[in-house]
Design a protein around this ligand. Structure first.
Ligand code: DGJ
Length: 745
């Protein structure tokens, strides 16, 4: 049993032996939070966990005869504003006679096996009802005549709870929702580091950490995409916690648009976390008998440090978020022509790339931007989804056949949500662009955004894309999104409905994804937004891999992939070997280091194979064979971060198979050390102590406990030119080690 209900005392305990989440109905009918953390023994009554910080001085209390009962200091489950709690609320709804009507009171509960789907939204799911249990708490607001449902799902074998809320209008008039967060959580203290992933184009998801202090701290997006700048991920980490030990709470929002993750620390150090759609500019008109469902919040508790937290996210997403057909499928090693040709390609060039790549063992060619309309640079044609016959005279069908004749699969780039002012589509339908008619339209990369809040526009894109998928037998689509949304305004929504625009827009994006992935389940989608500008679990539900960053430099990728792994499985990260000097940094790194970094992701190439030397081709052939041998392990194994690029000159990480019989370790050193220590070792993680492992390429064997406590000996570094041989040297060194069990238990 995963959910215990004490009906008499109206208490709820969700526990799976790894975590406990406990709350109850308070005497005023609202929900009070009691505990969230490491699993506790179940007992019938938890009311002793209710603590009162009896406020002194100027304060408010709900009952005249109980001065201790003030919501100002009580820990709550889904707080409202206006009835003695002065902190920011989770909900704010009004009708024509009152605003913030706060009194949502407990009505009933319901238990559901497994996890119900969230209508129109990406969310975690169960294929087998045994894998999770869901508790739905129903609260009623008599004044508004509205019903609030709080959903809590606890998963069987992972330290994960997911939450969401939905509000139903049971009155005869329209209600206005100003704020409806996915989850709110009042933690009893503030002794945490606020850890998050921040960045910008080409340097996404760098790990940032700051001390949690009194007042409000937040990360957010108001860009119409989850953004390069702040990922919808947040961890609260005890100051003493490390990658391997200590307490960490992790939160991730399954949403791809405007979000807010906020913590408000009050005067008694209670830390209120709030995750949801960003309330700024949001206003939803809820018609009678209609419900509004929030996106889902994932909450992970780990007592095994940051790695424990990440592993829980990875397991959840691999098993309960990625669509069923991609969970175990082997994803193709691809070559993308973007950095090889940019807009300058012909059919012949592409076929030559495909032939040459096929000889190397690469499995799929992706034709990137520039195949449609008259697009020879980024100033035109988005929206004109018909092939450019000047570049591809035989059309896409002929190209697809020729690619297929080389033994490669064929994939295509789209940017469905965009429209160029210089396009046939814009001449025909200027009102399809997002913007206020007659006002200035801000450009981003010379383009405007299509109004995906309109179902007719989504239908149009569906027709265009599905037609091309069928005609060219596409195996893969890269779905790009290269600018954020400004002048957020739909010409089809009334002025008082414009606060619905952003959410309706992303629902349109999800709808198109839903229809295409349902009709073409064999097409692999890779999401992209100018690199990693929409790398979030909402997208992952439809597209099991995402282009991690436009930055393909191996050294920059150490930070980007390290940070991304905090929440997302390595097999979801598109990571490619590109040419040197690198196009984003002008840095020249060894081919081996470029591959050694890219192996820890969904592997591919972003270069012109025709221009490679014979030596390079031989090396790449080996890389491709190596990845094919290990990609099952990379997909299913347990990932451990070992050394952080944010605090070291060295980075290391590893993947261990579930049965601990094999492991792949990546070790990278950015700058060479003169006169370095000769006997360097790297301490590993996650191995079986009593299993004996052999290091591929050497005769050495070690017990798991040796490798974890003493360490794996690294090859000797020697930086010199005086004739002495060295195993490694120079800047940007790296090595990948493969361990396999040879004995022991
Ligand atoms: C941005 C993407 O991240 C790149 O990989 C490439 O597809 C370009 N857009 C094409 O315009």
């Amino acid at each position: 049993m995963l959910i215990h209900v004490n009906q008499e005392d109206r208490q709820f305990h969700l526990t799976n032996g790894q975590v406990s989440y406990i709350f109850h109905v308070m005497k005023n009918g609202q929900l009070g939070h009691l505990y969230y953390g490491k699993a506790l023994h179940h007992r019938e009554d938890f009311s002793h966990l209710q603590t009162y910080d009896v406020p002194t001085g100027a304060t408010t209390h709900v009952y005249a005869d109980d001065p201790a009962f003030g919501l100002e200091t009580l820990r709550q489950e889904y707080p409202a504003y206006g009835n003695s709690d002065f902190r920011e609320p989770a909900i704010s709804v009004s009708n024509t006679t009152a605003n913030h009507a706060p009194n949502f009171k407990y009505d009933s509960y319901q238990l559901v096996d497994g996890k119900p789907r969230l209508e129109g939204l990406p969310a975690t799911y169960t294929e087998d009802n045994q894998d999770a249990s869901t508790l739905q708490i129903i609260l009623k607001n008599e004044f508004l005549q509205a019903e609030l449902t709080l959903n809590y799902t606890i998963f069987l074998d992972m330290p994960v709870i997911t939450r969401s809320a939905s509000l139903k209008n049971e009155s005869q008039e329209e209600l206005v929702i100003d704020r409806l967060m996915g989850a709110s959580l009042d933690l009893p203290d503030k002794d945490f580091l606020f850890t998050h992933l921040a960045g910008a184009w080409s340097r996404e998801r760098h790990v940032k950490e700051r001390i949690l202090e009194t007042g409000i701290q937040s990360i957010s997006s108001l860009r119409g995409a989850s953004s390069h700048h702040h990922n919808p991920f947040l961890a609260l980490k005890r100051p003493e916690a490390t990658e391997h030990t200590g307490e960490v709470y992790g939160f991730n929002f399954i949403y791809s648009s405007n979000f807010l993750m906020q913590i408000e620390v009050d005067h008694y150090d209670t830390a209120r976390l709030m995750v949801g759609i960003h309330p700024f500019g949001f206003k939803w008109n809820l018609k009678p008998n209609v419900s509004f469902q929030t996106p889902e919040v994932v909450m992970v508790y780990s007592d095994q440090g940051l790695n424990g937290m990440s592993q829980a996210f990875h397991s959840l997403y691999r098993k309960h978020l990625v669509q069923a057909q991609w969970k175990k499928a082997v994803r193709p090693i691809l070559i993308n022509n973007w950095e090889a040709t940019y807009f300058d390609f012909t059919e012949e060039k592409l076929v030559n790339i495909a032939k040459s790549a096929s000889e190397l063992g690469i499995e799929l060619l992706v034709l990137d931007d520039g195949w449609f309309g008259k697009r020879n640079d980024d100033t035109s044609s988005l929206g004109d989804w018909h092939v450019d016959l000047d570049k591809l005279p035989g059309g896409l069908e002929s190209l697809a056949q020729k690619i297929s004749a080389t033994g490669m699969k064929f994939g295509l780039w789209f940017e469905p949500e965009m429209i160029s002012p210089n396009s046939d589509l814009f001449s025909e339908h200027p009102d399809w662009a997002v913007g206020v008619p007659g006002q200035h339209y801000t450009l981003g990369r010379n383009q405007l955004v299509l109004d995906f809040s309109r179902p007719d526009i989504v239908d149009y894109l569906y027709e265009k894309m599905s037609d091309i998928i069928k005609k060219t037998n596409l195996a893969y689509i890269k779905w790009d999104m290269n600018r954020n949304i400004t002048e957020a305004f739909s010409q089809k929504l009334a002025v008082h409905q414009q606060g619905e625009f952003f959410h309706r827009y992303i629902l349109g994006v999800y709808d198109l994804y839903e229809r295409l992935t349902r009709e073409f389940p064999h097409v692999l989608f890779e999401s992209c937004a100018g690199g990693g500008g929409r790398f979030d679990p909402g997208m992952m539900y439809y597209a099991p891999q995402a282009w991690t960053s436009d930055d393909t430099d191996a050294i920059e990728r150490l930070k980007i992939q390290y940070g991304t792994s905090f929440a997302y499985p390595v097999y979801s990260m598109g990571s490619h070997v590109s040419a040197v000097p690198n196009h984003q940094t002008l840095r020249t790194t060894p081919l081996a280091t470029r591959a050694n970094t890219a192996y820890f992701g969904t592997f591919g190439y972003e270069l012109d194979p025709v221009k490679l030397t014979e030596e390079e081709r031989a090396e790449i052939k080996e890389q491709v064979a190596f990845y094919k041998k290990h990609r099952g392990l990379i997909r299913d194994g347990q990932f451990y971060r070992l050394l952080s690029p944010f605090s070291n000159n060295e980075t290391a990480w590893m993947v261990v198979s579930k049965d601990q019989s094999e492991a792949l370790i990546g070790w990278y050193k950015v700058l060479a050390t003169p006169n370095p220590k000769k006997q360097q070792t790297l301490r590993l993680s996650g191995l079986a102590e009593s299993k004996m492992y052999k290091v591929a390429g050497s005769e050495r064997t070690y017990y798991g406990d040796e490798l974890m406590n003493v360490g794996l000996p690294l090859p000797t570094e020697f930086n010199g030119v005086n004739g002495r041989s060295s195993e490694r040297g120079g800047d940007f060194q790296s090595q990948v080690f493969y361990l396999q069990k040879t004995g022991g238990r």
